[in-house]
Write a protein that binds this ligand. Sequence first.
Ligand code: IPE
Ligand code: IPE
Ligand code: MG
Length: 250
Amino acid sequence: MALLGNKKEKTYDTGDLKVPVSLGVIMDGNGRWATNRHLPRSAGHKVGAENLKELCRNCVRYGVKYLTVYAFSTENWARPQPEVDFLMKLFVELFDKYDEELAEEGIRVRFTGDDSELPKKVREVCKTAEERSKNRPNMQLIVALNYGGRREILNSCRQIAEKVKAGEIDPSDITEQMLSDNMYLPDVPDPELIIRPSGEMRLSNFLLWESAYSEFWVSDTLWPDFGYEHLTQAFRDFASRDRRFGGLSK
Ligand code: IPE
Ligand code: IPE
Ligand code: MG
């Protein structure tokens, strides 16, 4: 079955693919991409940021409904200050600059993470981007910014602990569903598939709670070079995964 072509009139062949409703992507490898070209790491972040638009376009065409991308972790503050500053500046520029194209594609933008530590300007830009895009119908782009899976679980536990303290519930009333309901964006389905470019075989604190039964797909391609072909291959491989959820094959 051929889906709509995009601006370059690509054919989206979904014959033997499985497209996840909810997809996670760890956008890793910007620094190495730049270093390989004798460029400063910031150049890799710039090209990586541009590449997010291409991923969004392709995901919309394929029919992904929720795309969660890891942009900055709670651990990334450990980088040299100039790199952190560059990234924060990039986030401020990005969501204004991209809005026209995101609007054209009908993409709603949301953020997940601990925004209390982000610079005020970044928080403002995020809020504006969320506000102006909230009625767009095609796909939700969820940007994980100062996001840490452990912090998210901790935050959920604290909210539940408050209810215990107030006498509203007993510790024995706490359920897995209650923890899920107190995550940052409880309405976003757990990702069925998580893609990590750059060859690393780890989660780096991404969606720890939500990824309990996610399928993983890694590639040696660095994020700035990750394109339509890689996404298609990931969906092709996803189609042949046997998701047993602890049970037996069908
Ligand atoms: C991912 O690329 C971007 C962020 C973490 C913000 P990296 O900057 O981690 O690139 P590598 O892993 O050093 O190549
Ligand atoms: C994960 O990449 C975070 C993002 C892509 C935003 P890192 O480059 O920070 O992960 P580690 O340090 O290699 O685990
Ligand atoms: Mg990295």
